[in-house]
Design a protein around this ligand. Sequence first.
Ligand code: AMP
Length: 212
Amino acid sequence: MNIVLLGAPGAGKGTQAAKLVEEYGLPHISTGDMLRAAVKEGTPLGVKAKSFMDAGELVPDDVIIGLVAERLQAPDTDKGFILDGFPRTSVQAVALDGELARLERPLDAALLIDVDSEVIVGRLTSRRMCKQCSYIGSVADAVCPKCGGEMYQRDDDNEATVRNRLNVYGTSTAPLIDYYRGCDLLVSIDGDRDPALVFADVQASLGLDRAK
Ligand code: AMP
């Protein structure tokens, strides 16, 4: 199954993607995780991306499109994939359509995890991430409950940057909701609930509960 996850930063895309990975073994392609790894390693891509990320702005389309196109060549994507945080602009969405048409692997669904922006500000400013395994937890997690790793606050999870990321989302990414609705691929889920309930809806709306 080929899935795009849509939703504002902090809507719970990463959490739902992790559950899909655990249950169905689909590769999770998170452009945010790929960029953070590049920043950590100090690669030319990481150096270029860091200032955009720290300001809550989008990394230029050509950089990110090349990164995803390359990742989609990897054989583990043959059985399907979960794209998380990509596409984020109309240019990226059109480029993705082109790449998937070339690979003859059309999208099955664009899954929108829908959460109100004020809920998101609260969630993101109290969010903490594991340095080792990228587990997403909260300020209440002293160490990673999954691997015992050190938890940290992402540089872009402070309130000013969060508000800018939400503005960028509203301007550049939210129009993709209509784009995918027009392609008859949009599946919208209320994300302001316990992650397990959200996941039950995700499974049901993708028909995965019947597939297992
Ligand atoms: P995320 O972890 O998805 O919230 O992404 C963190 C940051 O990485 C974003 O605020 C952007 O600066 C950058 N980023 C991630 N994905 C993309 C994308 N598809 N296009 C442009 N920038 C991106």
